[in-house]
Write a protein that binds this ligand. Structure first.
Ligand SMILES: [Zn+2]
Length: 442
């Protein structure tokens, strides 16, 4: 929920109706919200998935029993700030102080956490370092916007509201980047997909269940074809409106073959770290053959394209075979790896390795089926371009896949808990007002 936008961008009529909605969701006690949370959990349990709820520490402190009970029942929680303010405006030291205070609250309330999501999805260049200092494992604050809204069906005002939200979240366009976790200063940064429930219900004013289903269904389909990650953000207070869209997307995800990995944010972050340690040893044996040894965990997926493998393997997807052995012989006239020019920068090397490829710097392009040049500089938007080049190359290629158990993409369900009672709501308005005053004074 992005409250600062509310008063700036809406008319009085909208404000009154929004206050009505807020009162219908939050009560003086936690009763109303508890019902919504319980419903959320029943729905996700029936869909065989466990949600991750980032919660603001102050809100947890005011409602510890409810959250502790859910946590004991297996629901995952993460830290959503000590208070719900804009963390982009906080210095490194201020962030460390906030995170320390939040950690003490979580510890005192006996609610385990490993990760973080910034209020309003707003962070700055100090966030990863500050989180790393306090041993967080992940940060799920990076917004990615999918262009799946049928614009003709919405008023200019609604579209402008939506655009403003995308801008406020500093969302990058999914068409231009890879929607995948990435390691930054030891923190696994996990993207969050927009349109989320708030964008659909509050900004675009969508009431039609079919339209919500289509929006999330389209993101699922695009993510599947790219083999990436769909982080569904659904705040518990909108579970009633968005339940059919959530159920639809998960039912559809379960039909796909190769399957979709449905996991919590903590599981995704743990996998991303595990995967970062995998390596291959390859030894050329005579002409046209390599002995391969894979150093990896049991759930790793080894893929081979366009090459004969002397080991049990089955057809997987996109022309790849999934190899189950960890030691095998691979026939290939050229090295089954990605060759890069000597001037290639570390960022490009790290990205290719993190996506499961063996990368070799070399001055001899003729040894490689895939040989990449002009990578002395490498930016976020170059990732897609490079992956597409590798995808289109019709040569033998050996790699790890980016998801475990032979799955093709990953999906996770998460929703922030910013308030549980009306008191929490009022406190939040006050805290943001105080931060604005503070920023104006300094
Ligand atoms: Zn929030």
């Amino acid at each position: 929920m992005s409250l600062p936008l509310l008063s700036q961008s809406r008319g009085i009529g909208n404000l009154v109706s929004r206050i009505g909605t807020i009162i219908s969701r939050f009560g003086l006690t936690s009763g109303k919200f508890e019902k919504l949370l319980r419903k959320f959990n029943v729905i996700t349990r029936n869909l065989d998935c466990v949600p991750t709820f980032p919660i603001t520490a102050k809100v947890l402190q005011r409602n510890p029993k409810l959250i502790r009970k859910l946590s004991k029942n297996g629901v995952e929680f993460a830290i959503h700030g000590y208070i719900h303010i804009d963390h982009k405006a906080l210095s490194f030291e201020e962030q460390v102080t906030h995170y320390k205070k939040a950690i003490s609250v979580f510890q005192a309330c006996q609610v385990p956490y490993t990760g973080f999501r910034a209020p309003f999805l707003r962070t700055n260049e100090d966030t990863a370092r500050a989180l790393s200092r306090l041993y967080f494992t992940y940060d799920s604050s990076r917004a990615v916007n999918w262009h799946v809204v049928h614009r003709a069906g919405h008023s200019e005002t609604a579209l402008a509201e939506y655009e403003r939200l995308v801008e406020f979240y500093q969302a990058q366009s999914a068409e231009e980047i890879t929607v995948l976790p990435r390691l930054n200063n030891g923190i696994v940064e996990i993207p969050v997909c927009i349109p989320d429930d708030e964008a659909m219900v509050e900004r675009l004013g969508i009431k039609d269940i079919r339209e919500m289903r289509k929006i999330w269904g389209d993101i699922l389909q695009k993510t599947y074809s790219r083999g990436e990650l769909f982080t569904i953000q659904l705040h518990p207070e909108r579970i009633n409106e968005c339940q059919p869209a959530l159920a639809n997307v998960i039912h559809r995800a379960k039909i796909y073959q190769p399957p979709v990995w449905i996991a919590t944010l903590r599981e995704i972050s743990a996998w991303w770290r595990e995967k970062a340690e995998f390596t291959f040893d390859i030894q050329e044996q005579g002409t046209g053959g390599f002995n391969v040894h894979a150093n990896c965990s049991d759930r790793a997926a080894i893929l081979v394209k366009n090459g004969n493998v002397y080991a049990p393997a089955k057809e997987w997807s996109s022309g790849y075979q999934l190899v189950t052995d960890r030691d095998f012989r691979l026939e290939s006239p050229l090295r089954p790896v990605v060759g890069v020019a000597p001037e290639t920068c570390e960022e490009a090397m790290d990205f290719l390795k993190s996506d499961g490829f063996i990368v070799e710097k070399s001055e001899r392009p003729e040894k490689y089926g895939i040989y990449l040049e002009n990578l002395a500089r490498f930016e976020e938007k170059d990732k897609r371009i490079v992956l597409e080049r590798i995808d289109h190359a019709n040569v033998t290629l050996l790699r790890y896949w980016r998801w475990p158990y032979g799955t093709r993409m990953a999906l996770t369900v998460t929703g922030d808990i910013d308030s549980i009672t009306l008191f929490d709501f009022v406190f939040r308005i006050y805290e943001n007002w105080r931060q604005k005053r503070h920023n104006l004074d300094h």
